[in-house]
Design a protein around this ligand. Structure first.
Ligand code: GDP
Ligand code: MG
Length: 375
């Protein structure tokens, strides 16, 4: 399931602009009519104006519906985003009203054309054209609020992060200022995208890198997985559930250089909470800002976004742990399994494959473990 390119949602005209555009085109169409006989000329002109105005309005409205993402086709992550950002019900309701108006305008045009066929004088053609214009204008007025809503919603949706649910995703968690954004930047092949997340007032970073033609996405979680869980409200819990849905692995960063402002104890406690909350996902813990730390010979993963220490090793680990999931037989998986299109040829020696398989079982989501038990 590809992600929504929120930035591609087209601009929405104001209601009056929709009318202006339609009537302007209609006048141009009328100018094109040539007929030496005045009676026939006027009838054709008026019919063509009504037709062109209705076509332009309906096409404009329908093009919005076409280019807006259809909610039901989205991943649960994107649905949760839309719901929190603009309201999923509102989204459906307003697009529904636009659809209704497009249909109405077409019906009005049809009715008007057939009336004109029956009229026998020039004045009646003009009057019918004015009447049809009035009816169409009132339809657009009726959905004025819906059009305005769409325009505002577009501006909000444009800032949402685009995460492709069919590609791997690393959720980067940890206390504020431990270096999450900095790490995403050094791991990314380009500049990370800065996006709005409707569940928090903070901006989040979405970066990615490619490995063997797969796109590994990374997203940080400001305001969500960075403070004690007791402070969570309903909507933030919804956000976390959505994150769990989209994240294949949680990377938890700990700053033990004492540079972040949260004590090590508190950070470890936070880590336990996040682990419990996202229990279905494997977690990698890394110690950040190693350039500020003394040498140590423990097995901890240590990284520095400034010197680059440990960064490539961490990248390999992330790929490894995600790949471990990928080699599970896709025939056993439900339809919406997010790697349905991926190659399933296991990579590496038989020992490596066995090792990864074991790891995968260990980290497999709960539903999957249940499924295996039942077999
Ligand atoms: N010395 C050092 N400072 C870092 C490192 N990574 C991040 N920082 C600094 O730590 C602060 C917070 O980093 P940031 O990435 O914004 O943290 P976030 O809140 O977890 O996203 C910034 O001032 C960074 O420059 C690192 O590896 N070494
Ligand atoms: Mg940050």
């Amino acid at each position: 399931m590809a992600s929504v390119e929120w930035r591609r949602i087209p601009t929405v005209l104001y209601p009056q602009e929709v009318l202006d555009k339609a009537f302007r085109r209609a006048s141009k169409q009328s100018d094109l009519v040539e007929d030496p006989d005045k009676y026939h000329r006027v009838r054709k002109q008026m019919a063509r104006m009504v037709q062109a105005a209705s076509d332009t309005m309906a096409e404009t409205l329908l093009s919005w519906i076409d280019k807006w993402p259809s909610l039901n086709a989205q991943s649960s992550f994107d649905q949760a985003l839309v719901d929190a950002a603009v309201g999923a019900d509102e989204f459906r309701k307003n697009l529904g009203a636009i659809q209704w108006a497009a249909e109405r305008v077409r019906i009005i045009s049809g009715e008007s054309q057939s009336k004109m066929m029956k009229y026998r004088n020039i004045e009646a053609f003009h009057a019918e054209r004015r009447h049809a214009y009035g009816r169409m204008s009132s339809i657009i007025e009726q959905i004025g609020e819906n059009i305005l809503w769409l325009g505002e919603a577009r501006n909000i949706l444009r800032q949402l992060p685009s995460i492709d649910a069919s590609e791997p995703c690393v959720v980067v968690a940890g206390a504020p200022n431990v270096g999450k954004s900095a790490l995403i930047t050094v791991l990314s092949s380009g500049e990370p995208e800065v996006a709005a997340y409707p569940f928090t007032t903070k901006r989040l970073h979405v970066g990615h890198f490619e490995h063997r033609r797969r796109k590994y996405q990374m997203v940080d979680t400001p305001g969500l997985l960075d403070r004690p869980m007791a402070e969570r409200n309903q909507i933030e819990m919804q956000a976390i559930a959505a994150l769990e849905n989209v994240g294949d692995v949680i990377l938890f960063l700990i700053d033990c250089a004492d540079d972040s402002g949260m004590s090590l104890d508190k950070q470890l406690h936070l880590m336990d909470e996040v682990k419990e909350l996202l229990a279905e996902r494997p977690m990698i813990v890394a110690y950040s800002k190693s350039d500020l730390l003394d040498e140590d010979d423990s097995d901890n993963i240590r990284i520095s976004s400034i010197t680059g220490e440990g960064v490539e090793e961490l990248r390999s680990q992330l790929i490894d742990i995600i790949d471990a999931d990928a080699i599970i037989d896709p025939l056993e998986l439900p339809d919406d399994w997010h790697r349905q299109n991926e190659s399933i040829e296991p990579i590496g020696s038989p020992e490596e494959i066995a090792q990864r398989r074991e790891k995968a079982q260990m980290h497999a989501p709960k539903w999957e473990r249940e499924m295996r038990k039942r077999k």
